[in-house]
Design a protein around this ligand. Sequence first.
Ligand SMILES: [Zn+2]
Length: 352
Amino acid sequence: MTLSVMFECVRCRFRSGLDAWFLGCPDCGREGMVSVLEAVYPGDARPTAAPFGATRDGFWGFAPRLPVPDAASRLTIGEGNTPLVRSRRIGPALGLPELLFKCEGANPTLSFKDRYAAVTVSVAKSLGFKKVVVSSTGNYGASVSAYAAVAGLPCVVLCADTVPALVLEQIVHFGGQPVVIEGPDRFGLVDYLVSEHGWFPAGLFLETRVHNPFGVEGYKTIAWEIVRDLHDVPDAVVFPCARGNGLYGTWKGFRDLHELGIIHRIPRMIACQPVGSATIAASLQAGTSVRLSPNPGERAGRGRRAQVRGDRRPRVRRGSGGGGAQPWHRGHLGRGQLRSRRGRCRAARAGG
Ligand SMILES: [Zn+2]
């Protein structure tokens, strides 16, 4: 089955088919700008999975709205279809009796990033890449390792020297090869392996440090599953964010459902960022689509701090009617509540 997924620049409307888009829009790049590409689909591309159906179709039941046209390249280890459970303590304590948790810790490598990695590594396989490299500070490295193993592709995970030993063990457990790098040079090594040896970069774009346009599409399945399991649209979705890819992908899933006429409104999307790292809040408050500061948890490689045009996350917040960004830290929850939150919904604290 051939699908006509296209990739379109959010700034200049450059448009092309599936390819190794690692550096953002090529036309904008020639102008010295960095701009992201976004996957777009034909209006009649409908997932085979019925969002209100009784069956729990697999992740790839949404394939017509995912950027992997080649069915033989679609990788799965049972990602998605995570439980949506009602909060017994935190919701009532906050006056939100209908508060639900989407328990992404039920994914194969215990992280919602399996949705991202499933699509990204499938694209690598579809494009014929033979090796995968990713720079990761945590669970994404383990996730990419698992999918690369399924694809039969060697995977090197470049880790900061602050990564705990347990995470390194997890990467090995899922079939990856962790390499610990001191300082910011791991980004330079990604660049080298990709440009000189043809490896597939499963994480950030090279140099510009913008995520690839493939994996974020996998997060759309979160929206599909929520609507399917609720048989309704939630009032709001509160998403823990670092860069905000998960927030964006989930919003895009709701938008797809809306465009297909399956739902008639899109929930408010509320980004939660740690105090001191509220990049989305800063962009919203300044009224700009330019991401104003890099993730403070990540060092800007080689001193470069590119401004990314058309960053999508502030647009999501405005487009969905989401409220102001609500930075939070552990002090915002009582200790007992925090223990409860950790125990019941591990992935809720994962950023993306
Ligand atoms: Zn462009």
